[in-house]
Design a protein around this ligand. Structure first.
Ligand code: SF4
Length: 357
């Protein structure tokens, strides 16, 4: 893909709707839609912004690393993800990744509301297939943040598990490439057996669970060398409730047996943190899971010594939650880019061009 500046098409405005419904919602979610100049393809790139006073009290930026997902070239895409169903149109460059990060900061006036920033490579695409550009975007972001007097809380590298890039990330953290080690690795495992994972994350046939765990353990050995690094890997595990695959198989993982199997895969409460993820309906069917049930499973994992968490669905109402990013340029509820946003685009493009020189 050409390294041209991304053009903002528009913004969708929503609030944070979470598995844990809040009565008074002071939280904000926004989805930004981008495209390349002069393109006729009705498929763009999406990024997300969340500010959750009730949840985290920090700014969360969800950033895309590819247009579509490279995985769809190798294997069938993940079953729960719309991005993978779209055409793969190429890798995003460091500049294009930085454009998303900086624009979201300026458009949401983060400079005036000095809460820490979390950059999550959880948008469209698999960052493990675009490792170098993602790594460079972290390095440059840190430099730019310092100049703007901003604080990054962490960078989340969310991957379905590409072993080479996991090992590389560990080495880059241990050799100080990212400074103080604010990187958190999220492994989207979503299943505890290869048979089940082959159905849900078909790339598992290329990168099976045992290879991912092996690379995760190498990653831990690397980051242990840096005292300030985040020593825990988050393991994302989807809460499936009668989830039906293409082959007509049904999976349910909201039970103690699945939690035992998941915990048994790692056998390491110090370095692995299970994250129970809410399923976002894409085109596949899955019965909803109550917050009470999710809490019950979390508690069960905690009793086993794991620092388990529940990952709720942010931005569901504007199709911004996990697995919902389509990049559709003709989507509803899109407010066209304003004059002010066009001005911000010019401003941030100048900052990035100067930094990348
Ligand atoms: S979940 Fe990630 S890796 Fe899987 S298809 Fe979607 S974008 Fe690609």
């Amino acid at each position: 893909m050409k390294d041209e500046n991304l053009v903002l098409v528009g913004t969708c405005y929503g609030s944070v709707d979470n598995i844990k419904k809040n009565k008074k919602d002071k939280n904000i979610s926004k989805k930004y839609l981008w495209k390349l100049p002069k393109t006729k393809i009705p498929q763009g790139i999406e990024s997300g912004y969340f500010y959750g006073v009730d949840y985290y009290d920090r700014h969360c930026l969800t950033i895309s690393t590819q247009q579509g997902c490279f995985l769809s070239k190798l294997e069938k895409p993940c079953k729960f993800c719309i991005t993978g169903q779209k055409k793969y149109l190429g890798q995003l460059s460091t500049k294009q990744i930085l454009q998303q990060i900086l624009f979201l900061i300026y458009d949401n006036k983060i400079m005036k509301n000095k809460k820490p920033i979390e950059v999550a490579y959880m948008g469209m695409g698999e960052p493990g297939f675009n490792y170098e550009e993602v790594a460079k975007s972290i390095e440059y972001s840190e430099k730019i943040f310092k100049k703007l007097n901003l604080e990054s809380k962490r960078y989340i590298f969310a991957t379905i598990g590409i072993p080479d890039s996991i090992i590389k990330l560990g080495k880059d953290i241990s050799n100080g490439r990212f400074g103080e080690g604010k990187i958190r690795l999220h492994l989207s495992l979503h299943a505890h057996t290869d048979e089940m994972r082959n159905e849900i994350v078909p790339a598992n046939k290329i990168y099976p669970i045992k290879d991912i765990i092996k690379s995760a353990k190498r990653y831990i050995r690397e980051i242990e060398k840096i005292p300030s690094s985040d020593k825990k890997i988050s393991v994302n595990y989807m809460m499936f409730n009668n989830f039906e695959t293409d082959n007509g198989k049904k999976y349910t993982t909201i039970n103690k047996e699945s939690m035992d199997a998941l915990a048994g895969l790692f056998n390491d409460t110090k370095h692995f943190r299970p994250i129970l993820c809410e399923f976002n309906e894409s085109w596949t069917k899955n019965k909803p899971v109550s917050y009470k049930k999710a809490l019950e499973l979390k508690k069960y994992l905690e009793e086993k010594g794991y620092d388990a968490k529940i990952f709720g669905s942010f931005g569901h109402n504007i199709n911004l939650a996990c697995g919902q990013l389509s990049g559709d340029l003709n989507q509803k509820n899109l407010c066209k880019a304003t004059k002010e946003q066009k001005k911000i685009t010019l401003e941030i493009n100048k900052i990035i061009a100067k930094e990348l020189k």
